[in-house]
Design a binder for this molecule. Structure first.
Ligand SMILES: NC(=O)c1ccc[n+]([C@@H]2O[C@H](COP(=O)([O-])OP(=O)(O)OC[C@H]3O[C@@H](n4cnc5c(N)ncnc54)[C@H](OP(=O)(O)O)[C@@H]3O)[C@@H](O)[C@H]2O)c1
Length: 342
């Protein structure tokens, strides 16, 4: 058994080391999965750079999602069987050939489901499904804004909102990505590296015109987003990609800039406008509402099997190219889901 250990924050070439892994027997409620591929998530970049608060102290094995086969079961696992091919959320530990994980984040998948699709369903689509269905309760005809719409979660949110019949404004950081999000169904695409998204939407539709906003960038993007929110609107914040910047060095100044960029809000402003600012964190849902995590994962696998959603796999890397995969994600080159195959 092997795993990529995160041994040092910073530069991706020096951050990871392939080491032998000593895995305990699966605990109560856990299964052991033999991993065929693991997913790359933007939170992994944040963990590598030292910005991810929930990340265990180093050396540690990071990684949020794996696809593979169940080879062992701990006590009290009644809904899964040894030998099943599954997609799984892991609470870290995913960059490994084997991982123990709680059965609530594990869902069977068909043998012919593409590994990248399975991984996108586990993290990006279940996050988007939770945000769209549970947190934001999207309605037909609503005008919504999705930040970083070409990314993994962005692609998933676009597909979720399209199913609901929403009118979608979406941002992305290059002309290639703009083409991609148009093809995914974004009605009003904005290249926010060329044009301020707030000014664009204000000119197109006015302030207070968005019924729902999905924000993964944080800081002043949230502040501007709130100005675009209509009465009765909801803004979900589920990431702060802006903190990563384009350097491998952790910067307290950038963190503070993003933090102050959020601005200050009073509850009365939300009450007065019947609005909501909602946080989404799937780790917390997994820890405190595991049945909801299981339901979201089961529902997105069902939607995929019925042909109602179609995850996009942007690139597949070999395990030996893990550092390159990290750079690709950090440098904003990817669309859809990235995965790493053993
Ligand atoms: N809260 C949760 O439970 C949860 C779960 C999953 C993911 N997330 C969050 O959701 C977001 C998307 O995750 P993902 O894994 O699907 O990643 P992703 O969207 O595929 O990749 C991140 C994208 O963010 C955009 N971006 C904007 N500013 C950036 C910056 N300063 N540095 C790097 N990228 C920047 C880039 O797209 P452009 O080039 O188009 O700007 C980049 O491609 C991340 O913020 C992640 O942390 C949260």
């Amino acid at each position: 058994m092997k795993a990529f250990y995160l041994i040092k924050n910073g530069n991706s070439e020096k951050a990871f080391e392939l080491r032998d892994l000593k895995l305990e027997e699966p605990g109560e409620g856990e299964v052991t999965i033999e991993v065929e591929a693991f997913g790359l998530n933007f939170a992994d970049v944040m963990a590598r750079l030292g910005y991810y608060k929930a990340c265990p102290s180093l050396p540690t094995v990071i990684g949020y999602d794996v696809v593979g086969k169940i080879i062992k079961k701990g006590r009290n696992v009644k809904d899964l069987e040894i030998g099943q091919r599954v997609t799984s959320l892991t609470r870290f530990g995913g960059y490994a050939t084997h991982v123990n994980t709680n059965h609530n984040g594990v869902v069977p998948i068909k043998d012919d489901t593409d590994a990248g699709v399975a991984l996108a369903l586990a993290t990006q689509f279940s996050t988007a499904y939770y945000a769209a269905e549970y947190s934001m309760n999207l309605q037909k005809g609503e005008h919504i804004l999705i930040q970083a719409a070409a990314g993994g979660v962005g692609t998933a949110l676009t597909q979720m909102a399209k199913r609901k019949g929403c009118i979608i404004y979406g941002t992305a950081g290059s002309e290639e990505k703009i083409e991609y999000i148009k093809n995914q169904g974004v009605d009003f695409p904005v290249n926010y590296r060329k044009q301020d998204f707030y000014e664009y939407i204000k000119a197109q539709k006015g302030e207070k015109s968005m019924d729902a906003i999905f924000d993964s960038i944080g800081g002043n993007y949230v502040k501007k987003g709130l100005k675009l929110l209509a009465p009765g609107g909801r803004l979900a914040m589920y990431g702060a990609a802006q903190i990563a910047g384009n350097s491998d060095k952790k910067s307290i100044f950038r963190q503070l800039k993003v933090l102050f960029g959020f601005g200050k809000y009073s509850p009365t402003q939300f009450f007065g406008n019947s609005q909501a600012l909602i946080g989404v964190n799937m780790l917390q849902i997994g820890d405190f509402k595991p049945y909801i995590l299981k339901k979201c994962m089961t529902d997105v696998v069902d939607l995929y099997n019925k042909g109602e959603i179609n995850p996009v796999v942007g690139k597949v890397f070999d395990a030996q190219d893990l550092a390159e995969a990290h750079n690709y994600l950090q440098q904003r080159k990817s669309v859809g889901k990235l995965i790493v195959k053993w």
